[in-house]
Design a protein around this ligand. Structure first.
Ligand SMILES: Cc1ncc(COP(=O)(O)O)c(C=O)c1O
Length: 381
C-alpha cells in the first residue's frame, strides 16, 4: 500500500479538512471492513464450534503486531479499550502509603489526572507537577528536584496534548531510574505520530490508544509492562482469563504475561481491526509516515504564522514535537474558532479549561488543500 492511498481509503477526508486525529481519527475502509467481517462472524454465534477459538487466534496475532510496532515482546502487552486503562492498572497496582508522591506534568489529559486525584482522597497520596517548558535542561533540573524519597512513580505524557511537545523521555526516565522510581509514559499522542520503541526508551510502563494515530477502531488500545515489572504491579483489576490455575478453595496462580490484566468477555473484532490498521502501516513503512507528518507539521506551522495576530504554541521542529500544532487567535474563543472552521468544513479541536487554544492534528491523509482551507478560514475571522 502507498501512503497516498490513505486519503482515498478515508472518504470523510474528501468532505472535511480532518485535523482531529489526536481526538478520534477516521478509520480506513479496509480496517472497517475487517472489523465488520469479524464482528459478524463472532456475533452470529460465538459458541458454535471453532468460532471463538478462531477469533481468539486473530486477537493474539494483534497482540504480536502491537508488540512489534513498539519493539516489545507480546508477553509484555495488554490489549484494552483505550489509554486510560493502562493508567488505572498502574495507579491501582501499587500499595499506597499516605504521603507517597506521584509526579505528573502540568499538561496531562484528564485520563492521567483523575485516577491519581482520586487516590489523593482515597489513600492520602500527594501529587507534584512538572512544569513543562521548551528548554529541556531547565525541565530536567526541575524534575530532579521533584524526585525525593517519597516519590513512588512518575506518570507523564510522551507527547503533550496541549502543545504537541515531545518530552525528553529517555532523559527523564534515566533520572527517575537513578533514584529507583519507575516511569509510566502516556503515549496517547505519540503512538503512530513519532517513533515509539520500548527498548530505546527503557520505560517501565507505556500506555496508548489505537483510535488516534494508528487509525484503529474506536475503543482499542494497549498497555506495555516491562517483563520484570509485571509481578511488581499488584493485580487489583483481574478476573476470568487472568489465571494460569485456580481451584475451588482460594488457590490462584496468575498468568506470567501482562495479559493477566485482561479479563472477562471482550470485543475481539475491534482488536482484530487494530491488527489490520497495523498491517497497513507496516506495509507503508513507519519511516514514511513519520517523515510525512514531520514535513506537513512544519508547513502547517509556517502557514498558520501568516495569519495576522495568531499565536503559535508549538514553535518547535518535528524532532521536538509531533503531529500536533496548537494556536490561539486573540479576541476569539476556541469555541468560536472551532464553530467557524466547522462551517468552512475544517475539523479542529478546542482545548478545554483555558477557552482559547485550538489543536490541529495532522496525519498522512492531510494535503495542501486542507491547509489552505484552514488558513483561509482563519483569515476570514
Ligand atoms: C495524552 C492523552 N492521554 C490520555 C488520553 C485518553 O485517551 P483514551 O480515551 O484512549 O483513554 C488522551 C486522549 O485524547 C490524551 O490525549
Amino acid at each position: 500500500m502507498e501512503l497516498s492511498a490513505i486519503r482515498h481509503l478515508t472518504p470523510i477526508t474528501q468532505e472535511y479538512a480532518y485535523f482531529q486525529t489526536s481526538g478520534f481519527s477516521p478509520k480506513m475502509e479496509p480496517v472497517i471492513a475487517e472489523m465488520a467481517r469479524w464482528a459478524r462472524y463472532h456475533n452470529a454465534g460465538a459458541a458454535a464450534p471453532g468460532v471463538h477459538e478462531k477469533i481468539l487466534a486473530e486477537f493474539e496475532t494483534t497482540r504480536e503486531k502491537v508488540a512489534r510496532s513498539i519493539n516489545a515482546d507480546s508477553a509484555e502487552i495488554v490489549l484494552g479499550e483505550n489509554t486510560t486503562i493502562g493508567i488505572n492498572i498502574v495507579a491501582n497496582g501499587i500499595d499506597w502509603q499516605p504521603g507517597d508522591t506521584v509526579i505528573l506534568s502540568d499538561k496531562e489529559h484528564p485520563g492521567n489526572r483523575i485516577p491519581w486525584y482520586s487516590h489523593v482522597r482515597r489513600y492520602g497520596i500527594e501529587l507534584r507537577f512538572l512544569h513543562v517548558v521548551h528548554e529541556e535542561e531547565r525541565m530536567l533540573e526541575q524534575f530532579e528536584r521533584l524526585l525525593d524519597a517519597r516519590a513512588r512513580i512518575v506518570s507523564i505524557s510522551h507527547v503533550c496534548r496541549r502543545t504537541g511537545q515531545r518530552l525528553p523521555a529517555r532523559a527523564l526516565i534515566d533520572i527517575a531510574h537513578a533514584r529507583g522510581v519507575p516511569v509510566l509514559l502516556d503515549g496517547a499522542q505519540a503512538y503512530g505520530a513519532i517513533p515509539v520503541d520500548m527498548r530505546a526508551l527503557d520505560c517501565d510502563f507505556y500506555t496508548f490508544s489505537g483510535h488516534k494515530y494508528i487509525m484503529a477502531p474506536q475503543g482499542t488500545g494497549g498497555f506495555y509492562a516491562r517483563r520484570d515489572r509485571i509481578p511488581w504491579l499488584k493485580p487489583s483489576w483481574i478476573g476470568s482469563h487472568s489465571q494460569k490455575e485456580f481451584d475451588l478453595v482460594g488457590g490462584l496462580t496468575l498468568l506470567d504475561e501482562a495479559k493477566r490484566f485482561e479479563f472477562g468477555t471482550r470485543n475481539l473484532a475491534d482488536q482484530v481491526g487494530f491488527g489490520k490498521a497495523l498491517d497497513c502501516w507496516a506495509e507503508i513503512g513507519w519511516e514514511n509516515v513519520f517523515a510525512y507528518i514531520g514535513r506537513y507539521t512544519d508547513r502547517a506551522k509556517a502557514a498558520l504564522q501568516t495569519v495576522p495576530g495568531l499565536v503559535l504554541h508549538t514553535p518547535l521542529p518535528y524532532e521536538k514535537s509531533s503531529g500536533i500544532v496548537t494556536f490561539s487567535l486573540p479576541g476569539h474563543t476556541s469555541a468560536e474558532i472551532q464553530q467557524h472552521l466547522q462551517q468552512e468544513k475544517v475539523l479542529v479541536a478546542p482545548l478545554e479549561l483555558d477557552g482559547v487554544m485550538i489543536r490541529v492534528s495532522t496525519h498522512v491523509f492531510n494535503n495542501e488543500d486542507d491547509l489552505e482551507r484552514l488558513v483561509s478560514g482563519l483569515m476570514k475571522m
